[in-house]
Design a protein around this ligand. Structure first.
Ligand SMILES: Cc1cc2nc3c(=O)[nH]c(=O)nc-3n(C[C@H](O)[C@H](O)[C@H](O)COP(=O)(O)OP(=O)(O)OC[C@H]3O[C@@H](n4cnc5c(N)ncnc54)[C@H](O)[C@@H]3O)c2cc1C
Length: 430
């Protein structure tokens, strides 16, 4: 599509409000967007297309406290919510193609869905590395309810599981399995746990924590091949040793679902590229959630986040724009992960060179790591310290900082600080 056509479409869109909004995806971001549109009294059609057959559900419990007994577990909204709010659900069908000139999404069953505005909330899928012998029929993964049910049906027969990937989801699942007395080996290619998200000092805490809980952690290692013995799987590691195991779970990260956008000629770069208001390079198409790469004001550059907070806040931002209150997306990123008795919470986005300052004693199992870039607070990682986490969210969202001396002194009650402004006065931000 030419730039001229885009400009004409953009101008037409800004004159006339969208009457028909089509959302591709039925995950956290999609459902939040549909709900927010109605909350903001959007009166046009809202159609949500998802390729998973289940009523939209929450993913976080799948690796934490999944209970396979009921079918529609952990729904994002009750089934009645959609009808009550005139949100049309088209589940179990793939959105196959976008005809941008005609403003139509074509479903796999051939149905054309015209739109005034299209929102891509297509999420991400698990990365599956090419490992000789890895039979996806018997190996497991965890992203969807179908995956969780597969895992649940095999739980009783499992004595040993090999988890490939020492990230959030692999470790949460490892704790869940250990809680059922299942032996677990975790194979991690890097030299520390959750290395993409955590400071080395916090990674090290979790290395000790999980080792004590009985996980066997194997760093700087990958799976060279998988065979059968014949009753069990035999995992051969890159550095030689083999592990006999009942199941292999691949938990090595995700890839954004951006094929639909790419095929439609939209800009894609590790995610569907959007501007500060979450618009793609076509003004009638937005992208939100795990699939979207957006300019992050906290870290700079294009960032693609995989978190509930990001999915929800981006959905709300787009709903506000589509109902006449446009604003750039500026929410502070925050995350959580439950691993055994440790509730990890992170506020902000730290980088490799950021300097850690400890608040509290890791031996107590309740402490935080404050991360500084120069004199400026960038992020806070907390274990079982929700008050530190909430403080960090407040202060970082306001673009403020706190002096290291206050951060390290557990005698200073952060909640008791006289509001963010007082902290700002004491610490000029560069
Ligand atoms: C096991 C697990 C545990 C997690 N735990 C946490 C946690 O503790 N804290 C946290 O913050 N985050 C957690 N997350 C991440 C969080 O769940 C995601 O960031 C969030 O669900 C992203 O929402 P989304 O709507 O962007 O994408 P998704 O939830 O992935 O939804 C996208 C949907 O779109 C569908 N789709 C894709 N392409 C098409 C198409 N062409 N046509 C139709 N449908 C399509 C997909 O199949 C999918 O159903 C976890 C994720 C998993 C898998």
């Amino acid at each position: 599509m030419s730039n001229d056509t885009d400009r004409v479409k953009g101008a037409a869109f800004s004159r006339a409000r969208a009457e028909r909004i089509v959302i591709v995806g039925s995950g956290q971001a999609a459902v939040e967007l549909a709900a927010s549109l109605r909350q903001r009294r959007f009166a046009g059609s809202v159609i949500l297309v998802g390729d998973e057959p289940d009523l939209p559900y929450q993913r976080p419990p799948l690796s934490k406290d999944f209970h396979p007994a009921s079918r529609a577990v952990m729904p994002l909204r009750a089934e009645s919510f959609y009808a009550a709010n005139s949100i049309e659900l088209r589940l179990g069908v793939v959105a196959q193609r976008i005809d941008r000139d005609a403003c139509v999404v074509v479903l796999a069953d051939g149905t054309p869905l015209p739109y005034d505005h299209l929102v891509l909330a297509t999420g991400a899928r698990n990365r599956v590395p090419a490992i000789p012998g890895l039979n996806l029929g018997t190996s497991l993964e965890l992203r969807t309810l179908v995956h969780a049910r597969n895992l649940a049906t095999r739980l009783v027969e499992l004595r040993h599981v090999t988890i490939v990937g020492g990230g959030f989801i692999g470790l949460e699942l490892a704790c869940l399995l250990r809680g059922r007395d299942i032996e677990v080996d975790v194979i991690e290619a890097g030299d520390r746990l959750m290395g993409r998200m955590l400071s080395p000092v916090m990674s090290d805490y979790f290395r000790q924590f999980h080792t004590k809980a009985g996980l066997r952690l194997r760093f700087r290692n990958t799976v060279r091949s998988v065979g059968r013995d014949p009753a069990r799987e035999v995992v051969t590691l890159a550095d030689g040793p083999t592990i006999n195991t009942d199941a292999i779970v691949m938990a090595v990260g995700v890839l954004p679902n951006n094929a639909l956008a790419r095929a439609a000629g939209l800009k894609v770069d590790n995610g569907i590229v959007v501007d500060a208001q979450l618009r793609t390079d076509d003004p009638t198409i937005s992208a939100i959630g795990d699939c979207a790469a957006y300019p992050n004001p906290f870290s700079g550059g294009l960032v693609r986040l995989e978190s509930v907070q990001n999915a929800i806040d981006q959905a709300r931002c787009v709903a506000a724009r589509l109902t006449g209150s446009p604003a750039p997306y500026r929410s502070l990123p925050w995350f959580w992960s439950n691993q055994g008795s440790a509730r990890l919470q992170i506020a902000g986005l730290a980088g490799d060179g950021d300097r850690p300052v400890l608040r509290g004693d890791p031996k107590s199992g309740e402490f935080s790591v404050f991360l500084y870039r120069g004199e400026r607070l960038i992020a806070v990682e907390s274990v079982n310290k929700p008050s530190d986490h909430m403080f960090a969210r407040r202060i970082l969202s306001a673009g403020l900082s706190v002096p290291r001396s206050m951060a390290t002194d557990i005698g200073v009650d952060l909640r008791g600080l006289a509001g963010a402004a007082a902290v700002a006065e004491s610490t000029p931000i560069s």
